[in-house]
Write a protein that binds this ligand. Sequence first.
Ligand SMILES: Cc1cc2nc3c(=O)[nH]c(=O)nc-3n(C[C@H](O)[C@H](O)[C@H](O)COP(=O)(O)OP(=O)(O)OC[C@H]3O[C@@H](n4cnc5c(N)ncnc54)[C@H](O)[C@@H]3O)c2cc1C
Ligand SMILES: NC(=O)c1ccc[n+]([C@@H]2O[C@H](COP(=O)([O-])OP(=O)(O)OC[C@H]3O[C@@H](n4cnc5c(N)ncnc54)[C@H](O)[C@@H]3O)[C@@H](O)[C@H]2O)c1
Length: 439
Amino acid sequence: MKHYDAIIIGFGKGGKTLAGELAKRGKKVALIEKSNQMYGGTCINEGCIPSKSLIVQADTKEYLAAVEQKENLITKLRQKNYDKLAQLDNVDIIDGTARFVDNYTVEIDGQKTIFADYIFINTGSKSVIPSIQGIQEAKHIYTSATIMKETTLPKNLAIIGGGYIGLELASMYARYGSQVTVFELNERLVGREDEDVALEIQHILENQGVQFKFKSRVQEVSNQNEKAVIHYSQDETRYIDRFDAILLATGRSANTADLGLENTGVQMNERGQIIVNEYLQTDVPHIYAMGDVKGGLQFTYISLDDYRIVKDHLFGNKTRTIHNRGHIPYSVFISPTFSRIGLSEQEATQQGYDVKIAKLPTAAIPRANVDGKPEGILKAIIDKKTDAILGCVLLCERSEEMINFVQLAMNQNMKYQDIANHIFTHPSMSEALNDLFNI
Ligand SMILES: Cc1cc2nc3c(=O)[nH]c(=O)nc-3n(C[C@H](O)[C@H](O)[C@H](O)COP(=O)(O)OP(=O)(O)OC[C@H]3O[C@@H](n4cnc5c(N)ncnc54)[C@H](O)[C@@H]3O)c2cc1C
Ligand SMILES: NC(=O)c1ccc[n+]([C@@H]2O[C@H](COP(=O)([O-])OP(=O)(O)OC[C@H]3O[C@@H](n4cnc5c(N)ncnc54)[C@H](O)[C@@H]3O)[C@@H](O)[C@H]2O)c1
């Protein structure tokens, strides 16, 4: 049985970065990945990169050409990710599904067994398949991973779930020309955002042709003449609609089922996510978990920051933890992009802050007009007592870049006046922050 200094299970962002770091420090590393189509992990092969590639091409390309370009891109990136680690003498990339035998030993595809002093679980997450009658047998049912591989644009697309994935793909498919209907259990979109923001997002997507069915519960899916049929209820009334394809976007669950964790001391919560302490150690101190598999925020940059925490815990002064990451923004790549950081107005009020609210329509930004993209709003939540920035929402083109500036300001404890008086280039989208914070 071969011994390694470290075994990393899963080729995700945190794990692959850690593999390179450990190898650089002279450690012998085994990186186990269950699919040779997943080198580089979800982000590169099934998540961020393919979705953003299709999204940015939506206004300029036919669907098939865009899918081909996306496939070329991810094939290139997958190979690059593989080569980067495979070329290192200290790293063995092992193809196969890893399963724990005990706290130190891992079996690959039930055949090869290896052991290590440290083990890092970075197995990510997968689409939840909701318990809807017929869902396992019906045809034309997709997850985000499978639908983006299809070369034919669905003329009529149903999306079950109006969260991040649902909205990004609704906006994208609508812009390629699909007739998109989103079925959402809740009475409105993005429940954790303020109502004015959620309504603005809804309005923008409706203008792109997306239809929403709120408070709708899908009870059954079936097939009829090559169509996928959705049986759903709204306010006790039952309806039936037919589509070319149904996309399931009802959340993602941790990939822990086939890890054999019952053979270890690693504990999971009721949602099957691995329980970790602030340094990402599981209940077995030499086994760590990084990225989506431990629950919490599911973003590539969180998995990367998990790597930084683990590195600091192993080789640094152990000051980085999951509690001192600073404010974490996120962006949803509808068109225009929706970005958010910190507290919403509602959350700030519930937490007892006396708030000042600043709002600016995107149409007031010179650059947005130059670009012909005037839809959206910007909103800032300020603490009246301290002038601190509590939160910010940017619903405008390039907000995925702008929000990082607001993040830096918040992490540096700047006052809102610092942004109001900052010199930005012109004509840029960022200069809108001068006006937004000029209250
Ligand atoms: C459609 C979509 C769009 C997204 N867009 C964004 C975005 O724009 N920005 C953003 O930050 N995040 C986005 N995300 C989320 C992001 O992709 C994830 O948060 C991130 O990839 C999680 O990385 P990870 O390190 O946890 O592991 P992953 O990248 O998920 O890697 C886990 C790897 O482990 C392998 N594996 C699983 N079980 C085993 C096993 N037993 N043995 C061996 N290997 C195993 C898997 O095959 C996989 O390759 C998106 C996700 C989706 C689905
Ligand atoms: N831009 C980004 O960074 C980005 C993009 C896409 C995904 N992601 C990551 O992927 C994760 C998963 O995304 P997601 O959209 O699948 O999950 P989500 O949790 O964001 O949204 C799921 C939605 O489905 C609804 N829902 C659940 N069950 C339902 C049912 N049976 N019928 C109808 N509606 C139902 C929920 O009310 C919710 O609105 C996100 O949390 C995010 O971290 C990130």
